[in-house]
Design a protein around this ligand. Structure first.
Ligand SMILES: [Zn+2]
Ligand SMILES: [Zn+2]
Length: 170
């Protein structure tokens, strides 16, 4: 007999299912909005409607420099990032209503970046559950959620459904 899935697993599985719709070769992110136990919306990262996406036009890459602190030293590393897509969390907010969002929970495959976190903090939601971590913005984002009294937690020990994970190129 297969054990019944708990709600966290159930909704995170749905976020991973949504992420498989993404056409960006660098990052597939999915997010779902849940009110009580009801699914109010699903979203993934993608180009605006009617605009060629990453699979058609290629990723739109920008280079960024990131300072990494290591024991006793700081190191600058160069990173590439695709800016063609609207992030999953932002699409989720674009396609749901403010009133519906009041008191709801967001399940997202990846820890939100600073911009998404800032928008989520002002969106009416009361909890964010994520799976993969995004260390670059993690500290600022956690501090923000604490100030806004938004529950912010990662699903530890969670295993995404087979076939939903795509390679991330950094
Ligand atoms: Zn892309
Ligand atoms: Zn983001």
């Amino acid at each position: 007999m297969i054990a019944r899935k708990d709600w966290d697993t159930y909704f995170m599985d749905m976020a991973y299912m949504a992420s498989t719709r993404s056409q960006c070769g660098r990052r597939h992110v999915g997010a779902v909005l849940v009110q009580g136990k009801k699914l109010l919306g699903t979203a993934y990262n993608g180009a605006p409607m009617g605009v060629p996406d990453c699979s058609e036009a290629g990723c739109m890459l920008v280079e960024e420099f990131e300072v990494v602190s290591e024991v006793g030293a700081e190191r600058v590393i160069k990173k590439q990032r695709c800016i063609r897509t609207i992030h999953a969390e932002q699409n989720l907010l674009l396609f749901t209503d403010r009133e519906d969002r009041e008191g709801s929970v967001v399940y997202v495959t990846d820890e939100p970046c600073w911009t998404c976190a800032n928008m989520l903090a002002n969106s009416g939601i009361v909890e964010i559950v994520f799976h993969r971590s995004y260390p670059k913005d993690s500290e600022k984002v956690s501090a923000l959620m604490e100030q806004r009294h938004i529950k912010f937690r990662s699903l530890i020990g969670y295993e995404p459904p087979p076939g939903t994970i795509t390679e991330v190129h950094n």
